[in-house]
Ligand binder design. Structure first.
Ligand code: KG4
Ligand code: ZN
Length: 325
């Protein structure tokens, strides 16, 4: 079995995955959403302290599996440096205590493999990753062949939902609450501009849209919020659809996947389904419980890396807060 740890942002999670069968034997996640909600976003220092409490508590529940562990895996990149370190220190301690190898896992590859928890992986895939930290399109041929073909120049899709929710004093995370508010709103009432719509670049940008929404919120009454949320969600999604449409003219997708916390957004899912129809492409989605950050997806990547003996020595294993794909 492999024990995997995730602590790149505000979720403390540990999983145990069986190597021979890919079965997830144990998975527990303690989210810090409530604690960060009053601040309207993740406070790194607080997140680190909460991981230091939560991770050992979850680890204690894993004791019955310790004898059968063949490796320990941990997210090393990308993420908040002070929270990544919490997981890495724990992984190193386990590696020393049990004398087992250690595997450093890229969180973004984790989101890709969230599609294949307890399953075989199938490639090639075109993947849209939409999370709190990232908005990017990747061509994935295998574990080792991942090419980013478009990414955000500033804020991410999920982050823009968080910021809009903060403007409306709706707490953190913003995605689910803005999606709920948008359901009864008029998507056409606020005529926000689609970011980069005149640019030939296949890239994303959410900072301009966020500022337009801020101006609308400042001059609105609370009962306008549904319409603002709906119009914002519509334009934030239209931006992705426009850029994907452009990209699909160059590379027609056969199998397309949406991963990351914001892939739970039903409006985004439905718009992408429409976009894929003329291409006859298949849409893959992770199970809802594995869209947001979790340790099961880190364990799933670790299975592939274990097979290839992609281990790190204790000295080599370092955190890297910035994304490397
Ligand atoms: O993947 P994730 O759990 O963490 C990162 O790796 O960043 O994604 C969290 C992000 C947050 O920004 C959250 O607001 C967003 O995903 N999110 C959503 C929805 N559910 C979560 N964004 C839009 N619509 C949703 N339904
Ligand atoms: Zn994530």
């Amino acid at each position: 079995m492999i024990l995997s740890i995730e602590s790149s942002c505000d979720d403390s999670a540990i999983a145990i995955t069986e190597i021979a069968t890919k079965k997830l034997l144990f998975h527990k996640k303690i989210s810090q959403e409530l604690e960060h909600s009053v601040y309207g976003g993740v406070v790194p220092e607080l997140a680190a302290r909460l991981h230091a409490e939560a991770l050992p508590r979850i680890l204690e529940e894993c004791k019955p599996y310790f004898d059968g562990l063949k490796a320990v895996a941990v997210t090393t990149t990308p993420g908040l440096s002070v929270t990544l370190v919490e997981g890495v220190v724990m992984a190193k301690a386990i590696s020393i205590a049990l004398n087992i190898p250690i595997i450093g896992v890229n969180h973004l590859i984790g989101h890709i493999y969230s599609l294949f928890i307890e399953k075989e992986a199938h490639f090639p895939l075109t993947v849209l990753l939409v999370s709190g930290g990232h908005t990017q399109v990747m061509e994935v041929k295998s574990l080792m062949e991942i090419k980013t073909v478009a990414k955000s120049m500033d804020d991410s899709f999920g982050e823009s939902f968080d910021k809009v929710a903060k403007m409306m004093n709706l707490g953190y995370p913003g995605g689910p609450v803005i999606e709920k508010l948008a359901k009864d709103g008029d998507r056409k009432r606020y005529n926000f501009t689609v970011p980069l719509h005149q640019s030939p670049l296949i890239a994303f940008s959410y900072s301009g849209l966020k500022n337009s929404v801020r101006l609308a919120v400042e001059s609105a009454e609370a009962d306008d919020y549904e319409d603002i949320a709906a119009s914002f969600e519509h334009i934030a999604t239209a931006h992705i659809i426009q850029k994907l449409k452009k990209y699909f003219k160059e590379v027609s997708p056969k199998t397309f996947a949406i991963v990351g916390g914001a892939s739970a957004n039903l409006y985004l899912r439905s718009q992408i389904e429409e976009l894929l129809k003329p291409h006859g492409a298949t849409l893959l989605l992770s199970e809802l419980k594995y869209c947001s950050d979790n340790a099961a997806m880190i364990g799933r990547v670790a299975l592939e890396m274990y097979e290839k003996e992609m281990f790190s020595s204790l000295d080599e294993l370092e955190i890297c807060p910035k994304s490397v794909i």
